[in-house]
Design a binder for this molecule. Structure first.
Ligand SMILES: Cc1ncc(C[n+]2csc(CCOP(=O)(O)OP(=O)(O)O)c2C)c(N)n1
Ligand SMILES: [Mg+2]
Length: 300
């Protein structure tokens, strides 16, 4: 069964009961104030903590660090239809650093996806919400991941393909700074310029990877200068500033003559005091006490 037919099969299963108002289109989701986006981000952060705590494993740090970015994308930028995930004209969001699956699942759920699926089954045997997303079990996620460094290549090619087909949807792709230690990232960076792929990439630029700070593990240098030197249109912004994020992504939509990289300076573990900027929270679950503290800090 191909992805499209799997998606429509799932769509039939997830049809909302009559009378239930769906959170349908960008029109309905757009137009949110920064305060409203912030509130959604807070709820998404709570869900991340609950999912990882319930599973007893997972990656809370990068997920919390990316929450503001994904909130802006799903609620203000992406042209998508949660009730019709295989809509051909949709924007695509690929996430290459798949370990941040908690934020992806939680943000998509908040935006109206997975209406009849339980994201709290995260990481359980047989759950569609695998630790690293797979289109085999969850076609809505657009790309499978786990092996770092591959998503940018996929996105570069997909963006080019959609453009050649005359489709209006744009391709967004999240990568991490740790992935810039992967050679394949730079092959994608080269090809994107050669073929003028209109991909809109953004980086979780938190200065941290699995073994510690990127400058200590394998110094990546100035990543804006590197992408710029490869020929990408680049900008560095604060990945927790809603105005900066909205402006950068909106501006990016206006340009399709080549690849763009929005480098988002983020803080790993953002929103939970004991996780912030601590590489130790790259990939472990909080215990009962720490989860309760996190949820207290994330209460309104
Ligand atoms: C090809 C590949 N090599 C190594 C790993 C193991 N690994 C998992 S996460 C990670 C660190 C990646 O850095 P980053 O995404 O920046 O981490 P974060 O900021 O989320 O802590 C590594 C090396 C992997 N998943 N895939
Ligand atoms: Mg990182």
């Amino acid at each position: 069964m191909n992805t499209a037919s799997k998606t429509s099969k799932r769509k039939q299963q997830t049809e909302a009961p009559s009378g239930v108002r769906e959170n349908t289109s960008r029109k309905k989701m757009g137009g949110l104030s920064n305060a409203e986006l912030m509130e959604r981000a807070r709820q998404i952060r709570r869900t991340i903590i609950e999912m990882v705590h319930a599973a007893g494993c997972g990656h809370p740090g990068g997920s919390l660090g990316l929450t503001d970015i994904l909130t802006v994308l799903y609620f203000d930028i992406l042209n998508h239809r949660p009730e019709q995930p295989d809509w051909p004209e949709r924007d695509r969001l690929l996430i290459s650093n798949g370990h941040v699956s908690p934020v992806r699942y939680a943000a998509m759920k908040a935006a109206g996806y997975f209406r009849k699926l339980d994201i709290m089954s995260f990481r359980r045997l047989g759950s569609p919400f695998q630790g690293h997303p797979s289109t085999r079990y969850l076609p809505e996620v657009e790309n499978s991941s786990g092996s770092l460094g591959q998503g940018l290549s996929q996105a570069v090619a997909l963006a080019l393909g959609l453009k050649m087909q005359g489709r209006t949807g744009r391709v967004f792709c999240g990568i991490s700074d740790g992935e810039c230690g992967e050679g394949m990232t730079w092959e994608a960076a080269t090809a994107a310029v050669h073929y003028r792929s209109p991909v809109i990439a953004f980086m979780d630029y938190n200065g941290i990877q699995i073994d510690g700070r990127t400058r200590d593990v394998c110094d990546l240098g100035d990543l804006e200068k590197k992408f710029s030197a490869f020929g990408w249109k680049t900008i560095t912004i604060d990945g927790h500033d809603f105005d900066a994020l909205r402006t950068a992504f909106r501006d990016a939509r206006q340009y399709d003559a080549g690849p763009q990289m929005i480098l988002c300076k983020t803080v790993i573990g953002k929103g939970v005091s004991y996780m912030e900027d601590d590489p130790g929270w790259h990939g472990k679950a909080p215990n009962d006490e720490l989860a309760a503290q996190a949820l207290r800090e994330l209460s309104s």
